[in-house]
Design a protein around this ligand. Structure first.
Ligand code: GLN
Length: 531
């Protein structure tokens, strides 16, 4: 039977609940337990797929093609388990399912209500994650902050689960802010007390309080929180702001978080094997070099919009002994005229994924600059499409080459919808999730992966237009990866350049701090030679 850990947040949002949950997952996995994780989001969108990255940060894509919250990326990177469509549930999806059942007459004439119908839907989703994963422990994070109207049905559902599976099989962790008032040099526990009281009012008594602090938590504040929140002294855990995210599991291990959770859940507290994690932290600590990567996108004001890309660059830096400094480059402001000034500093240029035509011309400028100056270039998804368009325009000479996503009347739509895709709508109409890719012999791609068949995750609608395959190849564009049936172009490269690679998929989703992705590792290696 799967045991459940429920992680709620108090006082303010943005406390790093996801990192706490992910770190705990790592610590339990290091004890030999099979762990999975899940996030419940109170907003009404069916999934974050249609939301602006400015609203929600990046959309994280799972192997089975679910478009999910970016916290799932933290779970995968920390726990190193692939999650799936059972790993993220929104209020919108809950209501969607319930209303479909209602229309199908499945409620047999009953009045459909929040309790029990909405809560039952939430519960079945939570139970499913355990059943499908066969995990010993499922960590379920509830988005938002205690007291939000939207999260109430989720809180009620997890309360009911704790009654159904037995309180001894559940652990409630409340992550909260303990602010420091500089004027009076004091930590304040009152907001935490209020937030725990709110939770208790909904029938949930937290077992563990994780206190987010910027400075070490004084002993008397720990004791005060323990007393007022009705938990043992060792159940108040300090979670300090760290210079490097990946130190969180080690810090929480020192705080005995996982041992305490094992005790609460009645699990044996085995000796954790964190050797690989420590090896990675050792690499991170001994980074002696530095490398600058221009990340050229249109959402650069919010770094979370490119979270997995930024993390994958950091991981690749660990392996190469280098700190990766990201030069956040707004492509809406990048032009032929200012390219030299803006990109001169860059040791490598990365054009990430994106949608819509805003900022596209600037991305083309970045790809051209990289090609002409032979600066290592990695194009991801839209970034690969940009590389192809730039090549078609400036090497082949088709001045209006474009993607039909941006230009409906181009005479050379080198990126286009596949013939069977015309007429599709927004939302749920993309090529999503893992697809195999055959890597061509003798290419840089083959050299990097060391494999002839790979699998990577996708999230896009448009594809390389096969009508132009031959001509582009004749002019020197190497098609280094294709779908196994040969029909879809998955990767391109320019063989005469040091590192100029575009991939239709999103390698960033599979990078791990202790197992950097080969494409990113190779890109940083090439950029370092340039630095
Ligand atoms: N907008 C492009 C497409 O739909 C690329 C998508 C992406 O970069 N994720 O094909």
């Amino acid at each position: 039977m799967t045991k459940y850990i429920f992680v709620t947040g108090g006082v303010v949002s943005g406390l790093g609940k996801g990192i706490t949950a992910a770190s705990l997952g790592r610590l339990l996995k290091a004890r030999g337990y099979k762990v999975t994780a899940q996030k419940l989001d109170p907003y009404i969108n069916i999934d974050p797929g249609t939301m602006s990255p400015y609203q929600h940060g990046e959309v994280f894509v799972t192997e089975d093609g679910a478009e999910t919250d970016l916290d799932l990326g933290h779970y995968e990177r920390f726990i190193d388990e692939n999650l799936n469509r059972y790993s993220n549930l929104t209020t919108g999806k809950v209501y969607w399912n319930v209303l479909n059942k209602e229309r199908n007459g499945e409620y047999l004439g009953q009045t459909v209500q929040v309790i029990p119908h909405i809560t039952n839907e939430i519960k079945s989703f939570i139970y499913n994650v355990g059943a499908h994963s066969g995990a010993d422990v499922a960590i379920t994070e509830i988005g938002g902050t205690t007291g939000d109207i939207e999260s109430q049905p989720f809180i009620e559902a997890i309360r009911q689960i704790s009654m159904e599976i037995g309180r001894e099989n559940c652990c409630f962790i409340h992550v909260t802010l303990v602010p420091y008032i500089a004027g009076s040099c004091e930590f304040k526990s009152k907001p935490t007390q209020h937030s725990v009281r709110e939770l208790q009012g909904m029938g949930i008594r937290p077992d563990v309080i994780v206190a987010r602090v910027d400075e070490p938590l004084p002993e008397e504040i720990r004791e005060k929180i323990a007393m007022f929140c009705n938990v043992g002294r060792d159940c108040v855990v300090e979670n300090r702001t760290l210079p490097l995210l990946y130190e969180a599991p080690v810090m929480l291990e020192k705080e005995k978080l996982a041992s305490t959770v094992c005790r609460i859940l009645g699990l044996a507290d085995r000796e954790p094997d964190l050797s690989d994690w420590h090896r990675m932290l050792g690499q991170a600590a001994s980074r002696a070099r530095s490398v600058k990567i221009a990340l050229c996108g249109k959402y650069v004001r919010l770094h979370d919009a490119y979270l997995s890309v930024a993390e994958a660059l950091t991981h690749a830096g660990f392996e190469n002994g280098a700190r990766v400094e990201i030069l956040w480059t707004d492509t809406e402001k990048l032009t032929e005229e200012n390219a030299e000034k803006v990109l001169r500093e860059a040791d490598g240029i990365l054009v990430p994924g994106g949608f819509g035509n805003r900022g596209v011309e600037g991305k083309l400028v970045a790809a051209k600059y990289a090609r002409e100056k032979d600066i290592p270039f990695l194009g991801i998804c839209l970034g690969m499409q940009i590389a192809v368009i730039e090549f078609a325009r400036n090497v082949v000479g088709w001045a209006d080459a474009a993607s039909s996503e941006f230009a409906k009347n181009s005479s050379h739509p080198v990126i286009d919808l596949m013939p069977d895709q015309h007429g599709v709508k927004m939302g749920g109409t993309m090529r999503l999730g893992a697809y195999p890719c055959a890597v061509q012999n003798g290419t840089l791609l083959e050299n990097l992966y060391g494999a002839s068949l790979i699998s990577e995750r996708h999230r896009h609608r448009y594809e390389f237009n096969n009508e132009y395959r031959e001509e582009l190849q004749e002019k020197g564009l190497c098609i280094s990866g294709v779908s196994p049936d040969g029909k879809l172009v998955e990767a391109v490269e320019l063989p005469e350049k040091r590192f100029y690679v575009g991939v239709q998929f999103h390698p960033e989703f599979k990078s791990r701090p202790n197992a950097p992705h080969p494409l990113f590792a190779g890109f940083i290696r090439a950029a370092l030679k340039n630095s």
